[in-house]
Design a protein around this ligand. Structure first.
Ligand SMILES: Cc1cc2nc3c(=O)[nH]c(=O)nc-3n(C[C@H](O)[C@H](O)[C@H](O)COP(=O)(O)OP(=O)(O)OC[C@H]3O[C@@H](n4cnc5c(N)ncnc54)[C@H](O)[C@@H]3O)c2cc1C
Length: 391
């Protein structure tokens, strides 16, 4: 077993790091103040990152992606955590692996354009009455001859204002419970499909979170992603990697960046004639943050290596989603404390990081839901979750 970082991995991570530092970080404050990223700047970022091969790196090369292993992707995603959600989306893409279920004509219509960044995709599962309980959706698609007629609504759909198409869950057989849910790809502008309000959020400024309304939208079998009735199964199987990458790894990256800033402050700021870092209670906070970041990163790498080895560590992904999200919450809370009044003020980005961090414990499955997954797996005998010798 070795955790040595290869020359290629170092090169990849350095490229991503430099790109974020030079091209994206300078844009963050303006987005925070205005709440938007202009289409012109978004296009410029996209063109620069694509030229470096940094767009859609998680997708296999055969579809035009970067073909990264899960471990390499996790290392990049950690770096993505050093910037904001909207800039990550525009620069590196949010090409959901669920699109790899595209077949035949679907590949040219939805998958390939998404990987090339020609068409942007959002995931639309959540409804006002069904969040954690993804099987409780009311949106339905009814067979009418050769078509499916889609009706219902979704909300909180990230990047909805910018996206060109949406992967939408809908009930196709109400008698079959979670086995009666299917997934459809729905293009913006289809008759009957309209965009609703953009829900304002506590943080992650610049990203839209839209209501979507479907009023008898006519779809064909070509819009069906995966098999009929397997929508939820597909969602659960592919969203695992999203949670690992977009939540856990980014949380580690954000925590790392925040701790670096906090350390600088603890060295520079003097009170009572000494640097803050000389106070033992401050030292405890710094040491705890460093130890927790490292532990979570190592667990992440292990899990990513397991996926690359062909294993399906689903409960472990849930554990890491919780670990990453809660790590970030603790690290940013300590940062606000050590920065004191400056940490709470708008003069520094610390208060923004604090707001941006809060959603990590909620989206992509609340901590409580993922803890239940872990506990159920443990009770069923998955002792490898805490004891590698038992596997
Ligand atoms: C900024 C943002 C972006 C989002 N982006 C998207 C997106 O792009 N696409 C999309 O489809 N959805 C998106 N969502 C929705 C998100 O995934 C849901 O908000 C999340 O799954 C929780 O659902 P809910 O908000 O309905 O909370 P609820 O399901 O009402 O749960 C509320 C709380 O109840 C508790 N709880 C719920 N179930 C259990 C349980 N089984 N055991 C113990 N406690 C429980 C938890 O504490 C939970 O936080 C987004 C949400 C936000 C806020």
């Amino acid at each position: 077993m070795t955790f040595e970082i290869s020359h290629e991995q170092r090169l990849l991570v350095d490229t991503v790091r430099d790109f974020i530092k030079n091209e994206l970080a300078p844009l963050e404050q303006e987005i925070e103040e205005t709440g938007t990223l202009s289409d012109k700047v978004a296009q410029a970022i996209f063109e620069k990152s694509s030229a470096l091969g940094l767009y859609g790196m998680n997708i296999p090369e055969q579809y035009g992606g970067g073909g990264l292993s899960c471990l390499d992707q996790i290392m990049c995603e950690e770096q993505f955590g050093h910037t904001t959600d909207i800039l990550i989306r525009r620069a590196f893409g949010n090409v959901y692996e669920v699109l790899l279920s595209c077949e035949g004509a679907q590949i040219d219509r939805w998958l390939t354009p998404a990987v090339k960044g020609e068409r942007v995709c959002s995931i639309a599962f959540t409804e006002p009455g069904a969040g954690s309980d993804a099987a409780g959706i009311k949106t339905k698609a009814v067979r009418r001859g050769d078509t499916w007629v889609l009706s219902g609504m979704k909300h909180y759909i990230s990047d909805g204002a910018f996206s060109d198409f949406f992967v939408v869950t809908a009930v196709t057989d109400p008698d079959k419970g979670h086995r009666g849910i299917s997934m459809f790809m729905v293009d913006k502008g289809m008759p009957g499909f309209s965009l609703g309000r953009d829900q304002q959020m506590m943080g992650i400024r610049g990203t839209s979170h839209l209501d979507l309304h479907f009023d008898e939208v006519e779809l064909t079998d070509e819009h069906l992603l995966g098999r009929e009735g397997e929508g939820l199964k597909l969602a659960l199987s592919v969203l695992g990697r999203v949670r690992l990458a977009q939540v856990a790894a980014r949380a580690v990256g954000k925590s790392t960046k925040i701790l670096q800033m906090t350390l600088d402050h603890a060295r520079d700021r003097h009170q009572f004639g000494q640097p803050l870092g000389d106070f033992q209670m401050v030292q405890q906070m710094l040491a705890d943050s460093a130890m927790e970041i490292n532990a979570t990163r190592m667990a992440l790498w292990q899990c990513a290596a397991d996926i690359d080895a062909g294993r399906d560590p689903r409960a472990n992904i849930s554990a890491l989603k919780v670990q990453g999200a809660e790590l970030l919450g603790r690290v940013v809370d300590r940062a606000v404390q050590i920065f004191g009044g400056m940490g709470y003020s708008k003069d520094l980005p610390i208060e923004r990081y604090y707001r941006d961090a809060r959603i990590y414990r909620i989206f992509d499955g609340a901590s409580e839901v993922h803890r239940s997954v872990v506990a159920r797996a443990l009770l069923k005998g998955s002792t490898e979750l805490f004891d590698p010798w038992s596997a």
